[in-house]
Design a protein around this ligand. Sequence first.
Ligand code: BMA
Length: 369
Amino acid sequence: MTMRHVNPIIMLTLLLFMAACGNTPKEDLLAALENASQQGTPLFGHQDDLMYGHTWNVTKEDDRSLERSDVLATGGAYPYILGLDLGWLEIDSDFNLDGNDFDLMREAAVKHYERGGIVTLSWHLRNPLTGGDTWDVSSDKVVESILPGGEKHEYFMGWLERVANYIDSLKDSRGQRIPLIFRPWHEHTGGWFWWGTGICTAQQYNDLWKMTYNYLAVERKLDQLVWAISPGAANENFEVWEERYPGDEYVDIVGLDGYCATYLPQEEALPLFVEKTRYCLESLNRFAKEHGKILALTETGYEGLTYDKWWTEVLAPAIEGIPISYLLVWRNTDEMPRGMTHFYAPWPGGPSEQDFREYVDSGKIKLLQ
Ligand code: BMA
Protein backbone atom coordinates (compact mmCIF):
# COMPACT_ATOMS: atom_id res chain seq x y z
CA MET A 1 0.00 0.00 0.00
CA THR A 2 1.39 3.40 -0.92
CA MET A 3 0.86 6.63 1.00
CA ARG A 4 -1.60 7.72 -1.71
CA HIS A 5 -3.96 4.94 -0.66
CA VAL A 6 -4.06 5.84 3.04
CA ASN A 7 -7.29 7.49 4.06
CA PRO A 8 -6.40 11.16 4.82
CA ILE A 9 -8.48 11.11 8.01
CA ILE A 10 -6.62 8.07 9.31
CA MET A 11 -3.33 9.70 8.34
CA LEU A 12 -4.24 12.93 10.16
CA THR A 13 -5.35 11.00 13.25
CA LEU A 14 -2.07 9.08 13.19
CA LEU A 15 0.00 12.26 12.92
CA LEU A 16 -1.96 13.93 15.75
CA PHE A 17 -1.50 10.82 17.87
CA MET A 18 2.26 10.79 17.22
CA ALA A 19 2.52 14.50 18.10
CA ALA A 20 0.55 13.98 21.31
CA CYS A 21 2.82 11.11 22.34
CA GLY A 22 5.85 13.44 22.41
CA ASN A 23 9.35 12.12 22.83
CA THR A 24 10.14 8.58 23.82
CA PRO A 25 12.15 8.18 27.08
CA LYS A 26 15.19 7.38 24.93
CA GLU A 27 14.73 10.58 22.93
CA ASP A 28 14.44 12.51 26.20
CA LEU A 29 17.68 10.96 27.41
CA LEU A 30 19.48 11.87 24.18
CA ALA A 31 18.04 15.39 24.34
CA ALA A 32 19.31 15.85 27.91
CA LEU A 33 22.79 14.81 26.79
CA GLU A 34 22.72 17.03 23.68
CA ASN A 35 21.53 19.93 25.77
CA ALA A 36 24.26 19.50 28.39
CA SER A 37 26.86 19.28 25.64
CA GLN A 38 25.62 22.45 23.93
CA GLN A 39 25.33 24.38 27.19
CA GLY A 40 28.87 23.41 28.18
CA THR A 41 27.60 21.98 31.47
CA PRO A 42 28.37 18.27 31.66
CA LEU A 43 26.07 16.07 33.72
CA PHE A 44 27.97 14.64 36.67
CA GLY A 45 28.00 10.87 37.17
CA HIS A 46 29.23 8.44 39.80
CA GLN A 47 29.60 4.67 39.58
CA ASP A 48 27.51 2.71 42.11
CA ASP A 49 26.48 5.98 43.78
CA LEU A 50 23.32 4.60 45.45
CA MET A 51 24.84 1.20 46.20
CA TYR A 52 27.64 2.08 48.58
CA GLY A 53 29.94 4.88 49.64
CA HIS A 54 32.92 5.66 51.80
CA THR A 55 31.42 4.16 54.97
CA TRP A 56 28.20 2.39 53.96
CA ASN A 57 26.84 -0.35 51.70
CA VAL A 58 23.16 -1.05 50.94
CA THR A 59 23.74 -4.71 50.11
CA LYS A 60 25.27 -5.36 53.52
CA GLU A 61 23.16 -3.16 55.79
CA ASP A 62 19.55 -2.95 56.91
CA ASP A 63 18.99 0.50 55.43
CA ARG A 64 17.98 -0.37 51.89
CA SER A 65 16.14 2.86 51.21
CA LEU A 66 18.53 3.83 48.41
CA GLU A 67 18.53 7.40 49.69
CA ARG A 68 22.21 7.58 50.59
CA SER A 69 24.88 8.97 48.30
CA ASP A 70 28.37 10.36 48.88
CA VAL A 71 27.73 12.90 46.12
CA LEU A 72 24.51 14.03 47.80
CA ALA A 73 26.28 14.24 51.15
CA THR A 74 29.04 16.46 49.79
CA GLY A 75 27.58 18.26 46.76
CA GLY A 76 24.02 18.74 47.99
CA ALA A 77 22.28 16.64 45.29
CA TYR A 78 22.39 13.20 43.69
CA PRO A 79 24.62 12.78 40.66
CA TYR A 80 22.74 13.17 37.38
CA ILE A 81 24.18 9.94 36.04
CA LEU A 82 24.24 6.69 37.99
CA GLY A 83 26.68 4.06 36.74
CA LEU A 84 26.04 0.36 37.47
CA ASP A 85 27.90 -2.75 36.35
CA LEU A 86 26.47 -6.05 35.10
CA GLY A 87 29.60 -8.16 35.69
CA TRP A 88 28.70 -11.70 36.94
CA LEU A 89 25.11 -11.44 35.76
CA GLU A 90 26.27 -13.69 32.94
CA ILE A 91 27.11 -16.49 35.38
CA ASP A 92 23.72 -16.18 37.07
CA SER A 93 25.16 -14.77 40.28
CA ASP A 94 22.88 -12.89 42.69
CA PHE A 95 25.65 -10.35 43.24
CA ASN A 96 27.78 -8.46 40.76
CA LEU A 97 31.56 -8.62 40.74
CA ASP A 98 31.74 -5.77 43.25
CA GLY A 99 29.27 -7.35 45.66
CA ASN A 100 26.08 -5.49 44.68
CA ASP A 101 22.83 -7.39 44.97
CA PHE A 102 21.31 -7.41 41.45
CA ASP A 103 17.77 -6.94 42.76
CA LEU A 104 18.84 -3.86 44.70
CA MET A 105 20.65 -2.62 41.62
CA ARG A 106 17.40 -2.89 39.68
CA GLU A 107 15.62 -0.87 42.37
CA ALA A 108 18.40 1.72 42.36
CA ALA A 109 18.25 2.08 38.56
CA VAL A 110 14.49 2.58 38.56
CA LYS A 111 14.56 4.92 41.54
CA HIS A 112 17.28 7.03 39.97
CA TYR A 113 15.37 7.23 36.68
CA GLU A 114 12.18 8.20 38.46
CA ARG A 115 14.06 10.95 40.28
CA GLY A 116 14.85 12.34 36.83
CA GLY A 117 18.35 10.90 36.43
CA ILE A 118 20.09 8.83 33.77
CA VAL A 119 21.44 5.31 34.27
CA THR A 120 24.44 3.85 32.48
CA LEU A 121 25.44 0.18 32.46
CA SER A 122 28.93 -1.21 31.97
CA TRP A 123 29.79 -4.90 31.89
CA HIS A 124 32.97 -6.32 33.44
CA LEU A 125 32.06 -9.85 32.45
CA ARG A 126 34.10 -12.98 33.04
CA ASN A 127 36.20 -14.70 30.40
CA PRO A 128 33.93 -17.19 28.60
CA LEU A 129 36.79 -19.28 27.21
CA THR A 130 39.16 -19.66 30.14
CA GLY A 131 36.67 -19.25 32.98
CA GLY A 132 38.87 -16.49 34.39
CA ASP A 133 37.86 -12.95 35.20
CA THR A 134 37.43 -9.92 32.95
CA TRP A 135 41.15 -9.14 33.19
CA ASP A 136 42.23 -12.64 32.12
CA VAL A 137 44.13 -11.96 28.91
CA SER A 138 45.99 -15.27 28.89
CA SER A 139 44.39 -16.30 25.59
CA ASP A 140 44.01 -14.31 22.40
CA LYS A 141 41.30 -16.68 21.16
CA VAL A 142 38.46 -15.56 23.42
CA VAL A 143 36.65 -13.19 21.05
CA GLU A 144 37.12 -15.58 18.14
CA SER A 145 35.65 -18.38 20.26
CA ILE A 146 32.39 -16.53 20.96
CA LEU A 147 31.74 -15.20 17.46
CA PRO A 148 29.43 -17.25 15.19
CA GLY A 149 31.11 -20.59 14.42
CA GLY A 150 33.32 -20.41 17.50
CA GLU A 151 33.39 -23.13 20.13
CA LYS A 152 31.88 -20.87 22.81
CA HIS A 153 29.36 -19.08 20.64
CA GLU A 154 26.23 -20.78 21.98
CA TYR A 155 27.53 -20.54 25.53
CA PHE A 156 28.17 -16.82 25.17
CA MET A 157 24.77 -16.20 23.59
CA GLY A 158 23.36 -17.62 26.83
CA TRP A 159 25.28 -14.89 28.68
CA LEU A 160 23.84 -12.24 26.40
CA GLU A 161 20.39 -13.65 26.97
CA ARG A 162 20.75 -13.13 30.74
CA VAL A 163 21.87 -9.55 30.14
CA ALA A 164 18.91 -8.96 27.82
CA ASN A 165 16.49 -10.38 30.39
CA TYR A 166 17.87 -8.16 33.13
CA ILE A 167 17.79 -5.04 30.96
CA ASP A 168 14.25 -5.94 29.97
CA SER A 169 13.32 -6.12 33.67
CA LEU A 170 14.37 -2.51 34.35
CA LYS A 171 10.93 -0.95 34.20
CA ASP A 172 9.43 2.11 35.85
CA SER A 173 6.30 2.06 38.00
CA ARG A 174 4.11 2.35 34.88
CA GLY A 175 5.72 -0.77 33.49
CA GLN A 176 7.74 1.11 30.83
CA ARG A 177 11.29 -0.01 30.18
CA ILE A 178 13.69 2.68 31.34
CA PRO A 179 16.15 4.19 28.86
CA LEU A 180 19.78 3.28 29.53
CA ILE A 181 23.23 4.16 28.29
CA PHE A 182 24.72 0.74 27.55
CA ARG A 183 28.52 0.76 27.42
CA PRO A 184 29.91 -2.68 26.63
CA TRP A 185 33.41 -3.64 25.46
CA HIS A 186 35.03 -0.55 26.93
CA GLU A 187 38.69 0.50 27.05
CA HIS A 188 39.27 -1.75 24.06
CA THR A 189 42.31 0.27 23.00
CA GLY A 190 44.15 -1.04 26.05
CA GLY A 191 45.41 -4.57 26.65
CA TRP A 192 43.86 -5.35 30.05
CA PHE A 193 40.47 -6.78 29.10
CA TRP A 194 40.08 -9.93 26.98
CA TRP A 195 38.48 -7.87 24.17
CA GLY A 196 41.40 -5.43 24.12
CA THR A 197 43.99 -4.48 21.52
CA GLY A 198 46.61 -7.17 21.03
CA ILE A 199 44.20 -9.81 22.32
CA CYS A 200 41.72 -9.72 19.44
CA THR A 201 41.88 -8.22 15.96
CA ALA A 202 40.03 -5.04 14.98
CA GLN A 203 37.74 -7.12 12.79
CA GLN A 204 36.92 -9.46 15.66
CA TYR A 205 36.23 -6.53 17.98
CA ASN A 206 33.88 -4.91 15.49
CA ASP A 207 32.13 -8.23 14.85
CA LEU A 208 31.72 -8.71 18.60
CA TRP A 209 30.09 -5.31 18.95
CA LYS A 210 27.76 -5.93 16.01
CA MET A 211 26.78 -9.36 17.33
CA THR A 212 25.96 -7.81 20.71
CA TYR A 213 23.95 -5.03 19.10
CA ASN A 214 22.11 -7.33 16.74
CA TYR A 215 21.06 -9.60 19.56
CA LEU A 216 20.03 -6.94 22.09
CA ALA A 217 18.73 -4.13 19.89
CA VAL A 218 17.40 -6.08 16.90
CA GLU A 219 16.49 -9.59 18.00
CA ARG A 220 15.39 -8.70 21.55
CA LYS A 221 14.11 -5.28 20.45
CA LEU A 222 15.67 -3.46 23.42
CA ASP A 223 15.25 -0.15 21.66
CA GLN A 224 15.56 1.86 24.88
CA LEU A 225 19.33 1.45 24.79
CA VAL A 226 21.72 4.25 23.90
CA TRP A 227 25.01 2.69 22.83
CA ALA A 228 28.29 4.15 24.10
CA ILE A 229 31.80 3.19 23.02
CA SER A 230 34.74 4.13 25.25
CA PRO A 231 38.32 3.93 24.05
CA GLY A 232 40.85 4.34 26.85
CA ALA A 233 43.14 7.36 27.03
CA ALA A 234 46.50 7.16 25.31
CA ASN A 235 49.14 9.77 24.85
CA GLU A 236 49.91 9.51 21.18
CA ASN A 237 48.25 8.39 17.98
CA PHE A 238 44.91 8.35 19.72
CA GLU A 239 43.26 8.37 16.30
CA VAL A 240 44.19 4.71 15.70
CA TRP A 241 41.33 3.72 18.00
CA GLU A 242 38.99 4.31 15.05
CA GLU A 243 39.81 0.98 13.46
CA ARG A 244 38.07 -0.55 16.46
CA TYR A 245 34.74 1.13 15.85
CA PRO A 246 31.84 -0.96 14.56
CA GLY A 247 30.20 1.80 12.49
CA ASP A 248 27.89 4.74 12.94
CA GLU A 249 24.68 2.71 12.94
CA TYR A 250 25.77 0.85 16.09
CA VAL A 251 26.88 3.74 18.28
CA ASP A 252 25.28 6.86 19.79
CA ILE A 253 27.96 8.14 22.18
CA VAL A 254 31.73 8.22 21.88
CA GLY A 255 33.41 8.62 25.23
CA LEU A 256 36.82 8.57 26.79
CA ASP A 257 37.90 6.49 29.77
CA GLY A 258 40.88 8.26 31.28
CA TYR A 259 42.25 8.42 34.81
CA CYS A 260 44.88 10.41 36.62
CA ALA A 261 47.92 8.21 37.26
CA THR A 262 48.56 7.18 40.85
CA TYR A 263 51.88 5.54 40.05
CA LEU A 264 53.52 8.92 39.33
CA PRO A 265 54.40 11.67 41.80
CA GLN A 266 51.53 14.10 42.08
CA GLU A 267 53.39 17.02 40.50
CA GLU A 268 53.79 14.92 37.34
CA ALA A 269 50.47 13.10 37.40
CA LEU A 270 48.16 16.12 37.64
CA PRO A 271 49.44 18.14 34.66
CA LEU A 272 49.82 14.96 32.63
CA PHE A 273 46.17 14.14 33.27
CA VAL A 274 45.07 17.57 32.05
CA GLU A 275 47.22 17.36 28.93
CA LYS A 276 46.31 13.79 28.02
CA THR A 277 42.60 14.18 28.70
CA ARG A 278 42.41 17.30 26.56
CA TYR A 279 44.37 15.69 23.76
CA CYS A 280 42.14 12.61 23.65
CA LEU A 281 38.86 14.48 24.13
CA GLU A 282 39.71 16.99 21.41
CA SER A 283 40.47 14.13 19.06
CA LEU A 284 37.23 12.36 20.01
CA ASN A 285 35.34 15.61 19.63
CA ARG A 286 36.47 15.90 16.01
CA PHE A 287 35.38 12.31 15.45
CA ALA A 288 32.04 12.89 17.19
CA LYS A 289 31.32 15.95 15.04
CA GLU A 290 32.17 14.19 11.81
CA HIS A 291 30.06 11.16 12.71
CA GLY A 292 27.16 12.95 14.39
CA LYS A 293 27.79 11.39 17.82
CA ILE A 294 27.48 12.65 21.39
CA LEU A 295 30.75 13.17 23.29
CA ALA A 296 31.34 12.11 26.92
CA LEU A 297 34.04 11.43 29.51
CA THR A 298 32.62 8.02 30.33
CA GLU A 299 35.06 7.17 33.16
CA THR A 300 37.51 9.32 35.02
CA GLY A 301 38.94 10.23 38.39
CA TYR A 302 41.92 10.26 40.69
CA GLU A 303 42.02 7.28 43.02
CA GLY A 304 42.04 8.38 46.65
CA LEU A 305 41.49 12.06 45.76
CA THR A 306 44.68 12.96 47.56
CA TYR A 307 44.84 16.39 45.94
CA ASP A 308 42.36 18.65 47.70
CA LYS A 309 41.82 20.93 44.67
CA TRP A 310 41.30 18.05 42.26
CA TRP A 311 37.92 19.28 40.99
CA THR A 312 38.56 22.94 40.31
CA GLU A 313 42.27 22.81 39.47
CA VAL A 314 42.63 19.52 37.61
CA LEU A 315 39.35 18.11 36.31
CA ALA A 316 37.88 21.51 35.38
CA PRO A 317 40.83 22.58 33.16
CA ALA A 318 41.00 19.09 31.65
CA ILE A 319 37.51 19.49 30.14
CA GLU A 320 37.07 23.27 29.88
CA GLY A 321 35.58 24.27 26.52
CA ILE A 322 35.18 20.69 25.27
CA PRO A 323 31.52 19.84 24.68
CA ILE A 324 31.22 16.68 26.75
CA SER A 325 27.66 15.74 27.63
CA TYR A 326 28.56 13.95 30.85
CA LEU A 327 31.43 12.71 32.95
CA LEU A 328 31.43 9.82 35.35
CA VAL A 329 33.81 9.25 38.24
CA TRP A 330 34.43 5.71 39.40
CA ARG A 331 33.32 4.01 42.58
CA ASN A 332 33.92 4.66 46.28
CA THR A 333 34.85 1.39 47.95
CA ASP A 334 37.08 0.31 50.77
CA GLU A 335 36.93 -3.31 49.65
CA MET A 336 40.14 -3.47 47.70
CA PRO A 337 42.90 -5.88 48.54
CA ARG A 338 45.49 -3.15 48.76
CA GLY A 339 43.54 -1.03 51.23
CA MET A 340 41.14 1.82 51.59
CA THR A 341 42.08 4.03 48.69
CA HIS A 342 39.64 3.14 45.92
CA PHE A 343 37.61 6.36 46.17
CA TYR A 344 36.86 8.62 43.22
CA ALA A 345 33.89 10.70 44.37
CA PRO A 346 34.08 13.12 47.31
CA TRP A 347 32.90 11.92 50.70
CA PRO A 348 32.09 13.69 53.95
CA GLY A 349 35.32 14.57 55.68
CA GLY A 350 37.42 13.65 52.63
CA PRO A 351 40.22 15.90 51.37
CA SER A 352 38.42 17.34 48.34
CA GLU A 353 34.96 17.83 49.84
CA GLN A 354 35.16 21.63 50.00
CA ASP A 355 36.58 21.87 46.50
CA PHE A 356 33.81 19.67 45.10
CA ARG A 357 31.22 21.94 46.68
CA GLU A 358 32.90 24.91 45.00
CA TYR A 359 32.90 23.10 41.68
CA VAL A 360 29.19 22.34 41.98
CA ASP A 361 28.42 25.91 43.08
CA SER A 362 30.34 27.29 40.10
CA GLY A 363 27.64 25.76 37.87
CA LYS A 364 30.24 24.06 35.66
CA ILE A 365 28.76 20.61 36.20
CA LYS A 366 25.19 19.54 36.73
CA LEU A 367 23.88 17.36 39.53
CA LEU A 368 20.30 16.12 39.71
CA GLN A 369 18.41 19.15 41.00
C1 BMA B 1 37.59 -1.51 38.25
C2 BMA B 1 37.85 -1.59 39.74
C3 BMA B 1 37.50 -3.01 40.14
C4 BMA B 1 36.05 -3.30 39.75
C5 BMA B 1 35.76 -2.97 38.29
C6 BMA B 1 34.30 -3.09 37.94
O1 BMA B 1 38.06 -0.36 37.71
O2 BMA B 1 37.05 -0.67 40.44
O3 BMA B 1 37.68 -3.16 41.51
O4 BMA B 1 35.74 -4.65 40.00
O5 BMA B 1 36.19 -1.67 38.01
O6 BMA B 1 33.52 -2.21 38.68
